[in-house]
Design a protein around this ligand. Structure first.
Ligand SMILES: *[C@@H]1O[C@H](CO)[C@@H](O)[C@H](O)[C@H]1NC(C)=O
Length: 398
Protein backbone atom coordinates (compact mmCIF):
# COMPACT_ATOMS: atom_id res chain seq x y z
CA UNK A 1 0.00 0.00 0.00
CA UNK A 2 2.96 2.30 0.37
CA UNK A 3 2.89 2.48 -3.41
CA UNK A 4 0.26 5.13 -3.09
CA UNK A 5 2.37 7.54 -1.20
CA UNK A 6 5.13 7.44 -3.73
CA UNK A 7 3.13 9.16 -6.44
CA UNK A 8 2.57 12.12 -4.28
CA UNK A 9 6.13 12.20 -3.13
CA UNK A 10 7.59 12.39 -6.59
CA UNK A 11 5.90 15.74 -6.79
CA UNK A 12 6.54 16.78 -3.23
CA UNK A 13 10.26 16.38 -3.47
CA UNK A 14 10.38 18.46 -6.60
CA UNK A 15 9.12 21.56 -4.89
CA UNK A 16 11.45 21.60 -1.95
CA UNK A 17 13.94 24.10 -3.34
CA UNK A 18 11.43 26.93 -3.29
CA UNK A 19 12.00 30.65 -3.50
CA UNK A 20 12.53 31.69 0.10
CA UNK A 21 9.47 33.88 0.47
CA UNK A 22 6.85 31.39 -0.74
CA UNK A 23 5.81 28.40 1.34
CA UNK A 24 4.40 25.39 -0.46
CA UNK A 25 3.40 23.73 2.82
CA UNK A 26 -0.33 24.49 2.28
CA UNK A 27 -0.30 22.59 -1.03
CA UNK A 28 1.22 19.58 0.67
CA UNK A 29 -1.28 19.76 3.54
CA UNK A 30 -4.05 19.69 0.97
CA UNK A 31 -2.32 16.85 -0.90
CA UNK A 32 -1.93 14.61 2.14
CA UNK A 33 -5.50 15.27 3.24
CA UNK A 34 -6.74 14.35 -0.25
CA UNK A 35 -4.64 11.18 -0.20
CA UNK A 36 -6.15 10.12 3.14
CA UNK A 37 -9.66 10.88 1.93
CA UNK A 38 -9.19 9.14 -1.41
CA UNK A 39 -7.98 6.02 0.36
CA UNK A 40 -10.93 6.15 2.77
CA UNK A 41 -13.33 6.49 -0.16
CA UNK A 42 -11.77 3.75 -2.31
CA UNK A 43 -11.75 1.41 0.67
CA UNK A 44 -15.55 1.26 0.35
CA UNK A 45 -15.00 -0.47 -2.96
CA UNK A 46 -12.25 -2.69 -1.59
CA UNK A 47 -9.70 -0.99 -3.84
CA UNK A 48 -6.19 -1.35 -2.50
CA UNK A 49 -4.17 0.46 -5.16
CA UNK A 50 -4.76 4.14 -5.51
CA UNK A 51 -2.84 6.97 -7.12
CA UNK A 52 -3.66 10.65 -7.26
CA UNK A 53 -2.09 13.81 -8.61
CA UNK A 54 -3.05 16.33 -5.92
CA UNK A 55 -1.20 19.29 -7.38
CA UNK A 56 -3.38 19.29 -10.52
CA UNK A 57 -6.53 19.28 -8.40
CA UNK A 58 -5.16 22.11 -6.28
CA UNK A 59 -4.31 24.14 -9.40
CA UNK A 60 -7.72 23.82 -11.02
CA UNK A 61 -9.75 24.44 -7.88
CA UNK A 62 -7.65 27.39 -6.80
CA UNK A 63 -8.34 28.94 -10.21
CA UNK A 64 -12.06 28.33 -9.65
CA UNK A 65 -11.73 29.95 -6.21
CA UNK A 66 -10.96 33.20 -8.04
CA UNK A 67 -14.42 33.11 -9.60
CA UNK A 68 -16.28 31.91 -6.52
CA UNK A 69 -18.28 33.67 -3.82
CA UNK A 70 -20.04 33.08 -0.51
CA UNK A 71 -19.90 29.62 1.02
CA UNK A 72 -18.28 28.16 -2.10
CA UNK A 73 -15.40 30.62 -1.75
CA UNK A 74 -14.98 30.02 2.00
CA UNK A 75 -14.93 26.23 1.56
CA UNK A 76 -12.34 26.45 -1.22
CA UNK A 77 -10.12 28.80 0.82
CA UNK A 78 -10.24 26.44 3.79
CA UNK A 79 -10.09 23.13 1.90
CA UNK A 80 -7.26 24.20 -0.42
CA UNK A 81 -5.48 26.09 2.42
CA UNK A 82 -5.33 29.20 0.27
CA UNK A 83 -3.74 32.34 1.69
CA UNK A 84 -6.17 35.15 2.51
CA UNK A 85 -5.42 37.27 -0.51
CA UNK A 86 -5.56 36.01 -4.06
CA UNK A 87 -2.32 37.74 -5.02
CA UNK A 88 -0.40 35.37 -2.77
CA UNK A 89 -2.25 32.43 -4.34
CA UNK A 90 -1.30 33.67 -7.80
CA UNK A 91 2.30 34.07 -6.69
CA UNK A 92 2.19 30.51 -5.36
CA UNK A 93 0.86 29.29 -8.69
CA UNK A 94 3.53 31.04 -10.68
CA UNK A 95 6.23 29.78 -8.33
CA UNK A 96 4.99 26.18 -8.66
CA UNK A 97 4.85 26.49 -12.44
CA UNK A 98 8.33 27.96 -12.52
CA UNK A 99 9.69 25.36 -10.13
CA UNK A 100 8.16 22.28 -11.66
CA UNK A 101 9.99 22.24 -14.93
CA UNK A 102 12.87 20.09 -15.93
CA UNK A 103 13.98 19.04 -19.34
CA UNK A 104 17.19 17.31 -18.46
CA UNK A 105 18.01 14.00 -20.05
CA UNK A 106 17.69 12.14 -16.75
CA UNK A 107 14.71 14.08 -15.35
CA UNK A 108 11.90 15.37 -17.51
CA UNK A 109 8.88 17.09 -15.96
CA UNK A 110 6.18 19.23 -17.48
CA UNK A 111 2.75 20.49 -16.56
CA UNK A 112 0.16 21.90 -18.95
CA UNK A 113 -3.35 23.20 -18.44
CA UNK A 114 -6.24 24.27 -20.62
CA UNK A 115 -9.80 25.51 -20.46
CA UNK A 116 -12.38 24.35 -23.03
CA UNK A 117 -15.48 26.52 -22.97
CA UNK A 118 -18.77 26.73 -24.73
CA UNK A 119 -18.38 29.56 -27.25
CA UNK A 120 -21.85 30.82 -26.33
CA UNK A 121 -20.86 31.05 -22.64
CA UNK A 122 -19.86 34.57 -21.60
CA UNK A 123 -16.78 33.89 -19.53
CA UNK A 124 -15.84 36.94 -17.49
CA UNK A 125 -12.68 38.68 -18.72
CA UNK A 126 -11.27 38.69 -15.19
CA UNK A 127 -11.58 34.94 -15.02
CA UNK A 128 -9.90 34.53 -18.42
CA UNK A 129 -7.12 36.77 -17.22
CA UNK A 130 -6.72 34.70 -14.05
CA UNK A 131 -6.58 31.55 -16.19
CA UNK A 132 -3.88 33.12 -18.33
CA UNK A 133 -1.94 34.08 -15.22
CA UNK A 134 -1.98 30.39 -14.35
CA UNK A 135 -0.65 29.55 -17.86
CA UNK A 136 -3.94 28.00 -18.87
CA UNK A 137 -4.60 27.92 -22.60
CA UNK A 138 -8.18 28.81 -23.58
CA UNK A 139 -10.12 27.01 -26.30
CA UNK A 140 -13.60 27.89 -27.47
CA UNK A 141 -15.60 24.78 -28.40
CA UNK A 142 -19.08 23.48 -29.11
CA UNK A 143 -19.69 21.22 -26.10
CA UNK A 144 -22.87 19.71 -27.51
CA UNK A 145 -20.78 17.53 -29.84
CA UNK A 146 -19.35 15.38 -27.04
CA UNK A 147 -17.61 13.04 -29.48
CA UNK A 148 -15.56 15.85 -30.95
CA UNK A 149 -14.98 17.44 -27.55
CA UNK A 150 -13.72 14.13 -26.11
CA UNK A 151 -11.38 13.77 -29.11
CA UNK A 152 -10.04 17.32 -28.62
CA UNK A 153 -9.44 16.82 -24.89
CA UNK A 154 -7.88 13.39 -25.40
CA UNK A 155 -5.53 14.75 -28.06
CA UNK A 156 -4.52 17.61 -25.76
CA UNK A 157 -3.82 15.21 -22.88
CA UNK A 158 -2.09 12.67 -25.11
CA UNK A 159 0.37 15.31 -26.36
CA UNK A 160 0.87 16.76 -22.87
CA UNK A 161 1.64 13.33 -21.39
CA UNK A 162 3.89 12.14 -24.22
CA UNK A 163 1.33 9.54 -25.23
CA UNK A 164 1.02 7.93 -21.78
CA UNK A 165 -2.65 8.87 -21.34
CA UNK A 166 -4.57 8.39 -24.56
CA UNK A 167 -8.09 8.07 -23.24
CA UNK A 168 -8.57 10.69 -20.53
CA UNK A 169 -12.29 11.08 -21.14
CA UNK A 170 -15.12 9.37 -22.97
CA UNK A 171 -17.98 11.31 -24.62
CA UNK A 172 -20.52 10.13 -22.01
CA UNK A 173 -18.50 11.85 -19.25
CA UNK A 174 -18.91 15.18 -21.05
CA UNK A 175 -22.71 15.27 -21.31
CA UNK A 176 -24.18 18.69 -20.49
CA UNK A 177 -20.86 20.34 -19.66
CA UNK A 178 -20.32 24.00 -20.53
CA UNK A 179 -16.76 24.45 -19.34
CA UNK A 180 -13.98 21.93 -18.87
CA UNK A 181 -10.71 22.59 -17.08
CA UNK A 182 -7.86 20.22 -17.87
CA UNK A 183 -4.52 19.81 -16.16
CA UNK A 184 -1.88 17.33 -17.31
CA UNK A 185 1.35 16.35 -15.62
CA UNK A 186 4.16 14.25 -17.06
CA UNK A 187 7.24 12.98 -15.25
CA UNK A 188 10.00 10.69 -16.48
CA UNK A 189 13.19 10.23 -14.55
CA UNK A 190 16.05 7.81 -14.05
CA UNK A 191 17.14 6.81 -10.56
CA UNK A 192 20.39 8.34 -9.34
CA UNK A 193 21.31 4.75 -8.43
CA UNK A 194 19.73 2.37 -10.90
CA UNK A 195 18.77 -1.19 -10.06
CA UNK A 196 20.55 -4.05 -11.81
CA UNK A 197 17.82 -6.04 -13.62
CA UNK A 198 19.74 -9.29 -13.12
CA UNK A 199 19.19 -8.90 -9.35
CA UNK A 200 15.39 -8.72 -9.72
CA UNK A 201 13.62 -11.80 -8.37
CA UNK A 202 10.05 -12.92 -7.94
CA UNK A 203 9.11 -12.80 -4.24
CA UNK A 204 6.00 -12.88 -2.08
CA UNK A 205 3.96 -9.85 -1.05
CA UNK A 206 2.01 -9.77 2.23
CA UNK A 207 -0.92 -8.08 3.88
CA UNK A 208 -0.88 -6.56 7.36
CA UNK A 209 -1.65 -9.91 8.99
CA UNK A 210 1.45 -11.35 7.35
CA UNK A 211 -0.57 -13.45 4.93
CA UNK A 212 0.97 -14.05 1.51
CA UNK A 213 -1.36 -12.34 -0.97
CA UNK A 214 0.65 -12.64 -4.19
CA UNK A 215 4.00 -12.14 -5.85
CA UNK A 216 5.98 -9.20 -7.16
CA UNK A 217 9.18 -8.74 -9.15
CA UNK A 218 11.37 -7.46 -6.35
CA UNK A 219 14.26 -5.25 -7.44
CA UNK A 220 17.41 -5.05 -5.33
CA UNK A 221 20.24 -2.57 -4.80
CA UNK A 222 22.69 -1.50 -2.13
CA UNK A 223 23.13 2.24 -2.34
CA UNK A 224 23.43 5.35 -0.17
CA UNK A 225 19.90 6.60 0.54
CA UNK A 226 18.22 8.59 3.27
CA UNK A 227 16.39 6.34 5.70
CA UNK A 228 14.55 7.19 8.91
CA UNK A 229 11.96 5.88 11.37
CA UNK A 230 9.80 8.86 12.34
CA UNK A 231 7.64 7.78 15.33
CA UNK A 232 5.02 10.43 14.62
CA UNK A 233 4.36 8.85 11.20
CA UNK A 234 4.70 5.26 12.46
CA UNK A 235 6.54 4.23 9.34
CA UNK A 236 9.98 3.44 8.05
CA UNK A 237 10.85 6.00 5.36
CA UNK A 238 13.24 5.60 2.45
CA UNK A 239 14.08 8.35 0.02
CA UNK A 240 15.43 7.42 -3.41
CA UNK A 241 16.55 10.28 -5.63
CA UNK A 242 16.31 10.77 -9.37
CA UNK A 243 18.88 12.14 -11.77
CA UNK A 244 22.49 13.20 -11.35
CA UNK A 245 21.65 16.22 -9.23
CA UNK A 246 18.98 14.54 -7.09
CA UNK A 247 16.48 17.38 -7.30
CA UNK A 248 13.56 14.94 -7.35
CA UNK A 249 12.94 11.86 -5.29
CA UNK A 250 10.49 9.16 -4.38
CA UNK A 251 9.69 8.56 -0.73
CA UNK A 252 8.55 5.14 0.26
CA UNK A 253 6.74 4.85 3.59
CA UNK A 254 6.46 1.35 4.98
CA UNK A 255 4.24 1.17 8.09
CA UNK A 256 5.81 -0.20 11.27
CA UNK A 257 4.83 -3.84 11.81
CA UNK A 258 1.13 -4.12 12.59
CA UNK A 259 0.33 -0.47 11.84
CA UNK A 260 -2.46 -0.17 9.26
CA UNK A 261 -1.77 1.96 6.19
CA UNK A 262 -4.79 4.05 7.17
CA UNK A 263 -3.08 5.19 10.35
CA UNK A 264 0.04 6.20 8.44
CA UNK A 265 -2.10 8.23 6.03
CA UNK A 266 -3.86 9.88 8.96
CA UNK A 267 -0.49 10.68 10.56
CA UNK A 268 0.77 12.19 7.31
CA UNK A 269 -2.32 14.36 6.99
CA UNK A 270 -2.35 15.53 10.61
CA UNK A 271 1.33 15.88 11.59
CA UNK A 272 3.70 18.61 10.51
CA UNK A 273 6.13 17.72 7.74
CA UNK A 274 9.19 18.05 9.97
CA UNK A 275 9.84 14.36 9.38
CA UNK A 276 11.17 15.26 5.92
CA UNK A 277 13.87 17.58 7.19
CA UNK A 278 14.70 15.11 9.98
CA UNK A 279 15.12 12.42 7.33
CA UNK A 280 17.41 14.60 5.23
CA UNK A 281 19.46 15.77 8.24
CA UNK A 282 19.98 12.47 9.96
CA UNK A 283 19.60 9.79 7.37
CA UNK A 284 22.08 10.71 4.69
CA UNK A 285 24.79 8.72 3.10
CA UNK A 286 24.30 5.28 4.63
CA UNK A 287 24.41 2.26 2.35
CA UNK A 288 20.97 0.67 2.44
CA UNK A 289 19.90 -2.77 1.19
CA UNK A 290 16.79 -1.84 -0.79
CA UNK A 291 14.12 -4.21 -1.99
CA UNK A 292 11.49 -2.38 -4.05
CA UNK A 293 8.93 -4.09 -6.25
CA UNK A 294 8.72 -3.19 -9.89
CA UNK A 295 5.16 -1.92 -10.32
CA UNK A 296 2.68 -0.27 -12.58
CA UNK A 297 -0.57 1.49 -11.64
CA UNK A 298 -3.27 2.72 -13.91
CA UNK A 299 -6.29 4.42 -12.37
CA UNK A 300 -9.26 6.56 -13.28
CA UNK A 301 -11.49 7.98 -10.58
CA UNK A 302 -13.87 10.78 -9.76
CA UNK A 303 -12.34 12.78 -6.92
CA UNK A 304 -15.58 14.54 -6.04
CA UNK A 305 -16.33 12.50 -2.91
CA UNK A 306 -12.76 12.68 -1.52
CA UNK A 307 -12.88 16.46 -2.05
CA UNK A 308 -16.21 16.60 -0.24
CA UNK A 309 -14.56 14.71 2.66
CA UNK A 310 -12.01 17.57 2.61
CA UNK A 311 -14.80 20.10 3.21
CA UNK A 312 -15.19 21.29 -0.40
CA UNK A 313 -18.89 20.68 -0.81
CA UNK A 314 -21.05 23.45 -2.22
CA UNK A 315 -19.14 23.84 -5.50
CA UNK A 316 -20.46 20.36 -6.41
CA UNK A 317 -24.02 21.25 -5.44
CA UNK A 318 -26.31 22.25 -8.32
CA UNK A 319 -28.44 24.28 -5.90
CA UNK A 320 -25.74 25.97 -3.84
CA UNK A 321 -22.65 26.50 -5.99
CA UNK A 322 -21.64 30.15 -6.28
CA UNK A 323 -19.31 30.89 -9.18
CA UNK A 324 -20.45 34.36 -10.25
CA UNK A 325 -16.93 35.42 -11.22
CA UNK A 326 -16.61 32.67 -13.83
CA UNK A 327 -19.60 33.63 -15.95
CA UNK A 328 -23.14 34.98 -15.69
CA UNK A 329 -24.51 31.49 -16.30
CA UNK A 330 -24.93 29.76 -12.95
CA UNK A 331 -22.38 26.95 -13.08
CA UNK A 332 -21.44 24.11 -10.73
CA UNK A 333 -18.78 21.41 -10.88
CA UNK A 334 -20.28 18.05 -11.77
CA UNK A 335 -17.13 16.02 -12.55
CA UNK A 336 -13.54 15.75 -11.35
CA UNK A 337 -12.07 12.89 -13.31
CA UNK A 338 -8.46 12.02 -12.73
CA UNK A 339 -6.39 9.45 -14.61
CA UNK A 340 -3.01 8.43 -13.26
CA UNK A 341 -0.45 6.16 -14.89
CA UNK A 342 2.72 5.27 -13.06
CA UNK A 343 5.44 2.75 -13.72
CA UNK A 344 8.43 2.04 -11.51
CA UNK A 345 11.25 -0.03 -12.98
CA UNK A 346 14.93 -0.77 -12.46
CA UNK A 347 15.78 2.26 -14.56
CA UNK A 348 13.46 4.83 -13.02
CA UNK A 349 9.90 6.09 -13.05
CA UNK A 350 7.39 7.35 -15.56
CA UNK A 351 4.20 8.93 -14.29
CA UNK A 352 1.46 10.94 -15.88
CA UNK A 353 -1.88 12.29 -14.82
CA UNK A 354 -4.79 14.07 -16.37
CA UNK A 355 -7.38 15.93 -14.34
CA UNK A 356 -10.61 16.96 -16.01
CA UNK A 357 -13.01 19.20 -14.12
CA UNK A 358 -16.39 19.71 -15.79
CA UNK A 359 -18.85 22.49 -15.08
CA UNK A 360 -22.55 22.24 -15.83
CA UNK A 361 -25.32 24.75 -15.90
CA UNK A 362 -27.20 24.78 -12.59
CA UNK A 363 -30.52 25.57 -14.19
CA UNK A 364 -31.08 22.71 -16.56
CA UNK A 365 -34.43 21.10 -17.09
CA UNK A 366 -35.02 18.25 -14.66
CA UNK A 367 -33.30 15.14 -15.86
CA UNK A 368 -34.26 11.57 -15.15
CA UNK A 369 -32.20 8.81 -16.62
CA UNK A 370 -33.02 5.29 -15.45
CA UNK A 371 -29.67 3.94 -16.52
CA UNK A 372 -29.02 1.98 -13.33
CA UNK A 373 -30.86 -0.41 -11.02
CA UNK A 374 -34.34 0.87 -10.21
CA UNK A 375 -37.55 -0.04 -8.42
CA UNK A 376 -40.90 0.09 -10.16
CA UNK A 377 -44.42 0.13 -8.83
CA UNK A 378 -47.65 -0.03 -10.81
CA UNK A 379 -50.53 1.46 -8.93
CA UNK A 380 -54.11 2.60 -9.12
CA UNK A 381 -53.99 6.32 -8.59
CA UNK A 382 -57.10 7.18 -6.63
CA UNK A 383 -56.52 4.51 -3.99
CA UNK A 384 -52.73 4.20 -4.45
CA UNK A 385 -53.11 0.46 -4.36
CA UNK A 386 -50.00 -1.16 -5.76
CA UNK A 387 -50.77 -3.71 -8.42
CA UNK A 388 -47.29 -4.72 -9.42
CA UNK A 389 -43.90 -3.95 -7.92
CA UNK A 390 -40.40 -4.91 -8.89
CA UNK A 391 -36.74 -4.09 -9.33
CA UNK A 392 -35.02 -3.88 -12.68
CA UNK A 393 -31.29 -4.38 -12.30
CA UNK A 394 -30.07 -6.77 -14.98
CA UNK A 395 -30.20 -5.26 -18.43
CA UNK A 396 -31.06 -7.17 -21.55
CA UNK A 397 -31.95 -6.27 -25.10
CA UNK A 398 -35.56 -7.32 -25.63
C1 LIG B 1 -19.35 16.01 -34.26
O1 LIG B 1 -18.06 16.28 -34.78
C2 LIG B 1 -17.57 15.29 -35.65
C3 LIG B 1 -16.12 15.58 -35.96
O2 LIG B 1 -15.91 16.91 -36.28
C4 LIG B 1 -18.44 15.26 -36.89
O3 LIG B 1 -17.97 14.30 -37.80
C5 LIG B 1 -19.87 14.93 -36.46
O4 LIG B 1 -20.73 14.99 -37.58
C6 LIG B 1 -20.36 15.90 -35.40
N1 LIG B 1 -21.63 15.43 -34.87
C7 LIG B 1 -22.68 16.23 -34.74
C8 LIG B 1 -23.90 15.61 -34.18
O5 LIG B 1 -22.66 17.40 -35.08
Amino acid sequence: MWKVVSVYCAVLAGIRAAPADISFAPINEFALQLLENTYAFQENFDKKNIAISPLSVWSIFSLLAEGSAGETFLELMKGLRLPRDLRTTQAMHRAVNGQLKSSKEDVFLKQQSAMFTDCSLEVHPDFCEAATTYSTEIYSVDPSNTTKLANDINLYVCLATEGLITNAVTPDLLQDLRMILVDALYFKASWTYQFDPSQTKETSFYNIQGKNIGSVNMMYQKAPHNIAFPDQIEAQVLEMTYGKNGQYSMMILLPFNGVPIKRVLKNLASQSMDWISELRDSGSGTDVDCFIPRFKLSTRQDLMTPLQYSGIVSIFDSKKAQLPGVSDSPLYVSKTIQNVEIEVTEEGTTAASSTVVGLENRILGQRFEANREFVFLIMERSSNVILFAGVYGEPSLV
